[in-house]
Design a binder for this molecule. Sequence first.
Ligand SMILES: Cc1cc2nc3c(=O)[nH]c(=O)nc-3n(C[C@H](O)[C@H](O)[C@H](O)COP(=O)(O)O)c2cc1C
Length: 212
Amino acid sequence: MNVLIVFAHPEPKSLNGAVKDVAVSTLKEDGNQVKVSDLYGMEFKAALDQDDFLNRENSGRFNPIMEQLHAAQTDSFASDIQEEMDKIKWADLIIFQFPIWYGGMPAIMKGWTERVFASGFSSDMFQGKIYDKGLMKGKKAMLSFTTGGPEENYYMDIPDKDPAKLAPVITENLKFSGFEVLKPFVIFGVIMLSEEDAEKHFEEYRKLLREL
Ligand SMILES: Cc1cc2nc3c(=O)[nH]c(=O)nc-3n(C[C@H](O)[C@H](O)[C@H](O)COP(=O)(O)O)c2cc1C
């Protein structure tokens, strides 16, 4: 299996960095091919803007979604976007590794999704290429994230404690593009996490990755 890990943390020695490293080593040991997009390491540009498009359809009023469709038709995305798209085409599974910051992905990763999962590349709602006809059909996606807040805060409105219900907006967007979304891996309440408990989580993650 070809696996792309999209990693968003400014500190490689962070817990998130360690979880990413566990994934890289475990997946490689099991014979998978692994690529990592280390978004901070790459200084990935987070903000979608006019510079993302090398061959504008309309050089007057900037309409992001129409320019994305046009760039997809004319192979004219900026090179940093195109490089990520090539990795996505290669990947069977994309793992998103991140800390929860203000209820979601860090801005650099949110920006990656806005720029790279462009209309015309990941989905095309004008042509009905969404959900089971989405352009990412056949690929899998998985979220792996850590939270500062304790588990009980996150499951307050989820009595069955199903982690698949934790990030409904992100999950819905991935499904919209045709991804099969796997159950996320979550480490809750990491502010006070001991090394011993971290190791237990790493072992749990290794087991989950081996069962994929
Ligand atoms: C800017 C920022 C926003 C945060 N927002 C949240 C939040 O909304 N919910 C939460 O549970 N923890 C939040 N946290 C705590 C982080 O999730 C926590 O520090 C992180 O998961 C620890 O992983 P790390 O050791 O790899 O940095 C936030 C931390 C930062 C720096």
